[in-house]
Each structure stands twice: as C-alpha cells, then as structure tokens.
Design a binder for this molecule. Structure first.
Ligand code: MG
Length: 412
C-alpha cells in the first residue's frame, strides 16, 4: 500500500504582491492548495475558508473522489453565502486543488487554475485542466497554447469556489507507484516557470525541501508576479500494516504549524494554459459549462522576459515603419495632385494636395497659385464644374486657370 514518504509545503508572497492570498493544507494523506481572488482581503478569506473546510475532512474513505468533491461543494456554499451576506466579501472566490493519497490510488479534486502534477521516471504529467478562459479556447481549438501565454484575458478563470451557488468539481483517481512525486501549486508558479523547467527542477534528486525552495526561487527569479504556493509529496509502496493503519509520514519543510498557511490580500493571477495530457483527459470531467468568469486583478504578469523585451521593441518599431510608409505615401500623393478652388478672398486658386483638413486645422493642401479671377465672375454652373475641387494634374489645373484668366473660358 501507499504512504507519503516525504513532503514539503510552502507559500511565498512573491516579488510583486504586498500580501498572500494563497492558502494551503498539508496534512498527510490530504494536501490542498487554494488561490483566492477578490479585493480587500476577500481572496484570502475565500482561500482560507476552503482550506478550513478541507481540514474537517478526516479518516479513510471508501470513495475519496466523492468525499473530496463533497467538501469542495461545502466550501463553495460557505464562500458563496459569506460573499452574499457581507458586501466586503462580494465577488470573492478561490481555486482549490486537493490530493488525497489512498491505499492504492491518488485522488485529485480540482476547481480553477491551480494545478496538480505527477513526476514519474522524469516525465511530468499534468493531472488537472485549468478552468480558465484561455484553456477553454484551447480545448475548442480556437487558441494555441503559445497564443494563450500572451492572451490579454489569460487571467480570467471560468470556474471557482464562491461565485455561484453550486460548482462542478473535477475529480480523478490514479494508481500510484513507488517513488511518484506529486506537486500541487498555485498559478504563481506555473505562470512564471514553464513545465520543462518544472520537470527539470523536480527531477533533481534532492530532499523535497530543496526542490520546493528551488521551485519558488525559480518563480521569483522569473519575476515573482504572483503569490507562489508549492506542495510536494513523494509516495512510497510499503507492506500491509496490521489494522490497515498507515504510519505517520515524515513532515519536511512545513512553514507553519500543521502545515496550514494562509496569506492576506493581494491582487490577481495569470494562468498559463496548456492542453490536457495523456491519461488526464479520460478520468477528469463531464460536460463543463462556462461558469461566471472571475477576473483576477492585476493582470500585468511578466512572462518570458526576453520575448516581452523583444516585443517591446519589435512591435512599436513595426508600427512606426507602417506609419512612416503611410505618411510617405500620403505626402507623395499630396505632392502630385492639385485642385482648383477659391481662396478666402474669393479668387480662383490652384492648390497642391487634397481638399481635406485634419482635426486641429491641419490642411492637406497648400496654395500653389492665386489667380486674378474672382469666382463671383463665374456663373453658378461654371463654378460648379470648374471649382469643384476635383483632383487634377499640375498641367491640367494650370491650363484651366490660365484659360479663365485669358477669358478663353467664358465667365457666364
Ligand atoms: Mg495566483
């Protein structure tokens, strides 16, 4: 049967937030991460409520998936009620990702964009789907994972505990193997560190405390835009123990008593979406309606910094080039066309350019030649046909005005 041989749990405010809205529970065999959202400390309240609800979950379960799902529903109801009873908590919500290590299987329950992963033989497998707008679009084939990384609405999550009276909870159970390493984390880690790097760090054969600290350090090294929560647990296969009781697991690296850590108010988050992998898809979900979207505050996450930096240069430069080309084309056009009209004194005048004025009284024409012919000397019909400001060549405009001056075109 399985037991948790080693574990680590910590949460870090990160570099950009003043407070930490993530909460966690690491009480073997149950591990939970919650990432709260909502202003003025409401996010912290929501994530803490979720954790406190799961703390009440105790004992062994015949159906861990049902138990975890029921507790998530209970947490949802509590957060929903508090949000409605107290205006200070209106709109609050939280993600929740829970892992329960049973005798043979590991069970995951999940809502939102925190994640659970399994590392086995150096292969990292994501066990949860993000309930985020961009992930929905990826699943619908309307967005690539690469596009999702820079999508302006990547921090909108489509499912959370709290915003609605009921919530759909994804659950799955997987057979676990000796040596499997499981990770639960908030998006403060996955939005800053790619899965390839996660796998590399998790594959290091170090104590989990060092692995966990390295993961948090990597998120902060990449910018630390969000609160970062990491829970790691390594399972091992042990012989049947009399009475079916598991030995207490070794606790390593807990940051607070009983492994419960919660923070205070902060801003939002930014999921990094990716299509579900391998065996994740089959077990996880039923039909998933799009819940009310819960926008996180503070979207400006710095994802890959070099690419961002490059974009900062390349995009404005491209826009500038286009503008210069358009302005040049407009200028050349203006230099090559003329029209005939009347000036403020009512005299027939040749203008170079086009007969338009931009806002700010910026004329797109200049006076080329003012004739001695008064427009009032022309009949209305002549004025309409000769002074209609239609575009002409320089020669054509010049010829027209010369004939008017010479009387070769009758005024009447
Ligand atoms: Mg977050």
């Amino acid at each position: 049967m399985l037991r948790v041989a080693e574990q680590y749990a910590a949460t870090d405010t990160g570099l950009a937030r003043r407070a930490n809205e993530d909460s966690l529970l690491a009480r073997s065999p149950l591990f939970v991460v919650a990432d709260g959202m909502g202003g003025a400390q409401a996010g912290e309240v929501a994530s803490r409520l979720a954790i406190e609800t799961f703390e009440e979950l105790d004992g062994d379960f015949a159906e861990p998936a049902d138990a975890l799902s029921a507790f998530a529903q209970t947490a949802n109801a509590r957060i929903f009620e508090l949000a409605h009873d107290d205006p200070a908590h209106a709109g609050m919500g939280t993600t929740v990702t829970a892992v329960y290590v049973g005798p043979e299987e590991v069970t995951v329950a999940h809502v939102g964009d925190s994640r659970a992963y399994r590392l086995r033989d150096g292969q990292l497998l994501r066990l949860t789907d993000d309930h985020s707008l961009v992930d929905e679009l990826i699943r619908q084939g309307r967005l690539t994972p690469e596009e999702a990384e820079e999508h302006p609405q990547r921090s909108i999550i489509t499912r959370a505990l709290g915003p609605e009276a009921s919530v759909e909870v994804d659950t799955r159970s997987l057979r676990a193997c000796d040596g499997d390493l499981y990770m639960l984390c908030s998006d403060g880690l996955t939005s800053m560190v790619g899965e390839r790097d996660l796998a590399l760090i998790m594959s290091e054969q170090t104590p989990l405390k060092d692995t966990g600290e390295a993961l948090i350090a990597a998120a902060n090294a990449a910018g630390g835009r969000d609160n970062v929560t990491v829970v790691l647990l390594r399972v091992e296969e042990v012989g049947e123990i009399a009475g079916g009781r598991r030995e207490p697991a070794t606790l390593v690296g807990l940051t607070r008593a009983e492994g419960i850590v919660a923070g205070a108010a902060a801003e939002g988050a930014a999921p990094r979406a990716r299509a579900p992998e391998g065996e994740g898809a089959a077990l996880a979900t039923r039909e998933r309606p799009i819940a009310r979207r819960v926008p996180r505050q503070g979207e400006h996450r710095e994802r890959p910094r070099r690419r961002r930096g490059l974009r900062r240069i390349v995009i404005p430069a491209a826009v500038l080039v286009v503008l210069v080309v358009l302005a040049s084309a407009a200028y050349l056009t203006m230099q090559s066309v003329y029209f005939v009209g009347t000036n403020a004194d009512g005299l027939v005048t040749i203008y170079q350019g086009v007969p338009y004025q931009l806002p700010g009284k910026l004329n797109l024409y200049t006076v080329e030649y003012v004739s001695g012919v008064s427009a009032s000397s022309l009949s209305p019909a002549r004025r309409r046909t000769l002074l209609d400001e239609s575009l002409r060549s320089e020669a054509n405009a010049g010829e027209l005005v010369r004939k008017l001056e010479l009387g070769e075109i009758a005024g009447g």
